[in-house]
Write a protein that binds this ligand. Structure first.
Ligand code: 8DG
Length: 140
């Protein structure tokens, strides 16, 4: 009889979280989280987890449609990939608003910020990695 080695556990590939950077008139759209308790009240780029087999741009379109009620296109990477606790990876993408007016369907509030406001607002910690990249597109 041959000894059998137990199969290693199947590892889920690290999940990808997409965040959309929408710019308008020198300002960036930020959304205020309402969950989980440790992030509630902080501001972030709208977005969320990519579903298995989903393309990045499709995930951005779906998440911003669900969260803001708008249609976007594009998806040029902006800044570094940020590792999140739990093995997920967070990336920001520049998207263009093509239809609709953003509404906080899944957040407490929305706000358009300029470069100075972005620096002082209570941004989710992970997103601070993109400060300089985001500010390049913003008015002071
Ligand atoms: N959407 C988004 N999530 C962020 C950002 N920065 C950051 O650390 N995160 C974290 C918070 C969460 O742990 C995770 C994404 O969660 P999410 O709640 O937005 O994703 P989702 O809409 O797919 O989630 P859910 O409804 O299934 O709970 O990434 C950001 O700028 N945008």
């Amino acid at each position: 009889m041959t000894a059998t080695t137990p199969e290693p556990p199947i590892r889920q590939p690290a999940g990808h979280v997409v965040a959309g950077a929408v710019f308008r008139d020198g300002r960036l759209l930020l959304a205020q989280r309402n969950r989980p308790p440790e992030l509630a009240g902080q501001w972030e780029l709208p977005g969320g987890k990519v579903e298995p087999g989903e393309e990045i741009e499709a995930a951005l379109r779906r998440e911003l449609r669900e969260e803001l009620g708008v249609e976007v296109r594009g998806g040029e990477r902006l800044g570094v990939a940020v590792p999140l606790p739990g093995g997920r990876v967070l990336c920001a993408y520049r998207v263009e608003l093509v239809a609709g007016v953003p509404k906080p369907l899944d957040h407490s509030a929305l706000r358009w910020v300029d470069a100075d406001e972005l620096e002082t607002i209570d941004l989710v910690a992970a997103d601070r990695a993109w400060l300089t990249d985001l500010q390049e597109h913003l008015d002071r």
